[in-house]
Design a protein around this ligand. Structure first.
Ligand SMILES: [Mn+2]
Length: 424
């Protein structure tokens, strides 16, 4: 759990990055229609949540900064008996005042008036440039005279790069639940089941352990489906002898986990599967061992490509000189994506990879990133030895950068061939 004080400290810190005489506005998430009159389950906007800890929709955070001092305002949905009967209880301004360490709290119908007043003699307006236009329109209606518009999203993204102890604790809890789901799947007899059956058993374990949202739609991809990177149809039947790639992580208390394992349907890897799996696993372990403060993600990327090329040369998947393969980027056909990404409130955390001068941001203590090398060999790729066709393998762990190196937060989720086979 994140305490109220931590949210206040975050606002204090954000204000240091904001210009003097500015008004900043952060909107909550909006309910999204699924079809006709049904909505998707509501999920709070991550930046708004990071700054407030408030989970209701229809709310706004406003920060009014004078020269140095600032005042924070939270606007929220008013309490209304009929509305609450249909759509659920609201916290209301009175109780919110007891809970949040925000200076002033009002119902949302007061926003426009107070926003207009706050703009008086201000020089800058800060908001998320990714906002949908209907909200930008409200801001611009009142802020006509303010020429300086500043995108607040990268400022918050930069803060979100470094996780606090409380955040790390929640992410560890999320990974622990995700571990249970992956291990349970390794134990299960999977032959002749459908991908979506496995998906539901993963999500059952998530929910049973208090993680009632997935951090993303689970990818449960048997055999050649693993070669579709964002495969979420999950409707194919599993056959003996195939591999199944499972990229699934729960969201727990708003924080993501992101784990991929590639396991045999019938419990044992075949020889060609072992060849490819061992290669990806050795690369994954090698890259993780490089992680420490100061290192660049691009160095990890380069090394992962180098090791995968060398491995594919040995297996006869790539031919010709190393130099030529690299120059022509031939390996990208089998490993087309990045080595990993930031992870936190969002599974692909919206933190910057480069600073204001477009210089790459080196790893630093407190950052969390995924490491996920992979090999994808399409079933119709005639350039590759036949035995390897139709195999897709990805192995992904969640890594915390520590003062002296790293901590693999998901090391308890087994990935050695023998350990996976023994779980059967
Ligand atoms: Mn990932």
């Amino acid at each position: 759990m994140i305490c109220e004080q931590e949210y206040r400290i975050r606002r204090d810190k954000l204000v240091l990055a904001l210009p003097s005489f500015s008004v900043s506005v952060l909107f909550s998430g909006t309910n999204k229609t699924r079809s006709n009159d049904t909505n998707y389950p509501f999920r709070q906007d991550s930046n708004f949540y990071y700054m407030t800890g408030f989970k209701e929709d229809n709310s706004i955070l406003m920060i009014v900064k004078e020269k140095k001092k600032y005042k924070s305002f939270l606007f929220l949905h008013k309490k209304d008996k009929t509305d609450e009967m249909w759509n659920g209880k609201r916290l209301g301004a009175k109780r919110a005042k007891q809970r949040f360490q925000v200076d002033e709290i009002y119902t949302k119908d007061e926003f426009e008036k107070r926003f207009k007043d706050a703009l008086d003699e201000k020089k800058s307006l800060c908001f998320d440039f990714g906002l949908d236009y209907s909200k930008v329109k409200i801001l611009k209606r009142y802020a006509k005279t303010i020429a300086a518009h500043i995108n607040i999203a990268p400022l918050i993204g930069k803060m979100r790069l470094i996780k606090s102890e409380a955040e790390i604790k929640i992410i560890k809890d999320a990974i622990d639940i995700t571990k249970k789901a992956h291990h349970q799947l390794m134990r299960l007899n999977k032959t002749s089941k459908y991908e979506y059956e496995l998906q539901s058993s993963i999500e059952y374990i998530f929910k049973k352990n208090g993680a009632y949202n997935d951090a993303y739609t689970s990818i449960v991809a048997a055999a050649n489906n693993a070669n579709t990177l964002h495969y979420i149809e999950n409707n194919k039947i599993l056959r003996e002898g195939e591999l199944i790639l499972i990229d699934a992580g729960c969201e727990f208390d708003y924080y993501a986990s992101d784990i991929t394992r590639t396991i045999p349907v019938s419990g044992y890897y075949t020889k060609p599967q072992k060849d490819l799996y061992s290669l990806v696993l050795s690369v994954e372990k090698n890259i993780i061992s490089m992680i420490k403060p100061g290192i660049l993600r691009s160095e990890l990327q380069r090394k992962s490509e180098e090791l995968l090329i060398q491995g594919m040369q040995k297996l006869g998947i790539l031919n010709g000189s190393y130099k030529k393969i690299l120059k022509e980027a031939k390996h990208k056909a089998y490993y087309p994506h990045g080595i990993g990404h930031w992870m936190g409130l969002d599974v692909h955390d919206t933190c910057p990879y480069r600073d204001e001068n477009f210089k790459e941001i080196p790893l630093e203590e407190g950052m969390i990133l995924t490491i996920e090398p992979a090999l994808y060999i399409d079933k119709d790729d005639t350039k590759v030895p036949k035995k390897y066709r139709g195999i897709g393998i990805r192995i992904e762990d969640d890594i915390l950068v520590t003062k002296t190196g790293y901590e693999n937060l998901s090391k308890a989720i087994v990935k050695e061939i023998l350990d996976i086979e023994n779980l059967n």
